[in-house]
Ligand binder design. Structure first.
Ligand code: FAD
Length: 290
């Protein structure tokens, strides 16, 4: 048996074998993940990282920003079982595997505002910190105080200024195990109303098919969707992947799409936007491949 797998099993760390990436990425495409490692807490997370030192592995949260190669991946470390949210006064700490809707709901239940935007984003807290996710003018960076970051060698509380949270990016040297937020007391009814308005706006503006959300970052303050639409690319299809007719910065899976279809469409869009506007679009999604 593979010695890494054997060591993980001896440490009682849960591993699933031969999992389709279609179940792990919200684009519902990609090959097989040979080993999906699912630590249950911070101690197991660090133990897994130590054991997995000799292999190349990828970190995955909700897979809502991750395109997995059609050739699959050998090793994936999933944060999905890292769960728990605690609140003390205006401070909330969420484990990395909690979903963003669960984060928004917990904050709302305590009458704490500041993460309403998270209610409609289908990722995990850890993935959202890594991407500095945001919507409606707010981002994770606005309320994060620190993150507990794990490496094979240490578990460290990293203050916000060392996370280098920028527009849809960060610099985090390890796996995020939990995130601490400082929120603002706010009327529960007002929080619920804000969340409802955001959900309504989202439902009207975004497609319902499988996707990874926005494909490209805004370019110099200009929405990528506007540039893509300006190139007449709405509805352009390669294989099972299509530039959404509802929101041009979404590539949706119309059924049976491959990661290659997605990437070929990304190339078509980038080339067209560059030729028409001289603007180089930068990808927002992450492409995971061995
Ligand atoms: C329908 C839809 C709507 C969306 N709307 C928005 C939106 O409004 N705003 C927005 O910003 N995004 C949006 N997204 C994109 C996506 O949901 C966010 O980027 C989300 O925060 C990603 O979280 P995740 O857990 O799914 O990340 P994943 O896709 O699992 O991972 C993303 C990246 O983070 C890394 N990562 C994941 N977890 C950790 C961890 N614990 N520690 C270290 N690195 C980690 C991964 O290795 C990868 O590089 C949308 C996506 C979809 C499908």
């Amino acid at each position: 048996m593979d010695p890494v797998l054997q060591a993980l099993q001896s440490a009682e760390i849960y591993v699933e074998s031969d999992v389709s990436a279609r179940k792990l990425s919200t684009f519902a495409a990609g090959g097989m993940v040979q080993r999906l490692v699912l630590p249950a807490d911070v101690r197991q997370l660090q133990c897994a990282m130590r054991i997995m030192r000799p292999v190349r592995y990828h970190v995955l949260g909700g897979g809502s920003n991750s395109l997995v190669s059609d050739f699959g991946l050998a090793w994936v470390l999933s944060t999905k079982r890292l769960k728990g949210i605690t609140v003390s006064g205006d401070r909330l700490v969420a484990a990395a595997g909690e979903t963003l809707p669960a984060l928004a709901k917990a904050a709302c239940a305590e009458g704490l505002g500041g993460v309403e935007f998270a209610a409609g984003i289908p990722g995990t807290v850890g993935g959202a910190l890594k991407m500095n996710a945001g919507a409606y003018g707010e981002t994770m960076a606005d309320t994060v105080e620190y993150a507990t970051v794990v490496t094979a060698d240490e578990v460290r509380q990293v203050p916000k200024n060392e996370l280098h949270l920028r527009y849809r990016s960060s610099q985090i040297g390890g796996v995020v195990a939990e995130v601490g937020f400082v929120l603002s007391p706010k009327d529960r009814g007002a929080i619920e109303a804000t969340i409802r308005d955001m959900q309504t706006a989202r439902a009207a503006a975004q497609p319902h098919q499988a996707s990874l959300g926005c494909v490209f970052k805004a370019a110099g303050g200009v929405a990528a969707a506007k540039l893509i639409q300006g190139c007449g690319l709405k509805g352009t299809r390669i294989g099972g992947a299509q530039v959404s007719g509802v929101h041009c910065n979404f590539i949706v899976n119309m059924g049976g799409a491959t990661a290659r279809d997605y990437l070929r469409l990304v190339d078509v869009v980038k080339k067209a936007v560059y030729e028409r506007y001289g603007v180089y679009l930068e990808e927002e999604f992450v492409h995971l491949h061995d």
